[in-house]
Write a new protein. Sequence first.
Length: 266
Amino acid sequence: MTDSARFFLDHKPGRSPANRSLERGIEILRAFRPGSELLGNGELAERTGLSKATVSRLTQTLVGSGMLQLDKAERAYRLAPAVLSLSHAMRTASRVLQAAAPRMLELARQRHINVGLASPDRDEMVYLESIRYARRAALRHVVSGQRVPMELTSLGRAYLAALTPQHRSQLVQLLSRRRIHWKVIGAEIRQACADVRSSGFCAAAWQPEVVALAAPLEVEGAIYVLNVSLSTQESIATIAHELGPSLLGLVQAIRHDLELQMPRSG
């Protein structure tokens, strides 16, 4: 199993013993990413750090349970439709998405910007919703389910800022292992955390001519992150001045709508 997987499994919530077979089966499913439609047992073993014998046993089980499909001609596996149904069930059941989506659409239309909502998954951020209304088309198209690096993006840095110092330190240490130029990135993360503490949001420009602002949204112990972005040649400081209040207003509006949804006692 990979170092990243071990780190997050070791830091799982609760005290109950782990089900290793279940954990390993989930690692198999996690190995599939965009651009990796078909994966054989050898590729899955390489990506997960599991032995080929273990992978072979698990893929057979996942095919039998309807989570994977076997392509006999290629002797490889692809995700089965049941995986998509799980994603749909998550989206339709999410109170946060239901409250956020209308507000996000309103702001995107009003300011002609892109607005996103993301959640952490291990050492990456995953878009739950992405509404694209920026005037200038970007080369990169972002959709729900897309992953972005935690350490480089405003989304990830805003999430790190919302963690406890101990949890943030542990996660930053893990992130630092996969970047050569960590001294610069680490300084930017520290600045982003300071910006979130002082202003409520941080900014980053990890894609050419794209500036993004992000702010954390904590809901019942879970940390989500909202961001606004656009393709521009303006400086980060200029965009932060122009869009920062709109982003903070969006966070406040969604938090208010969620509070209205909460059942009242008495």
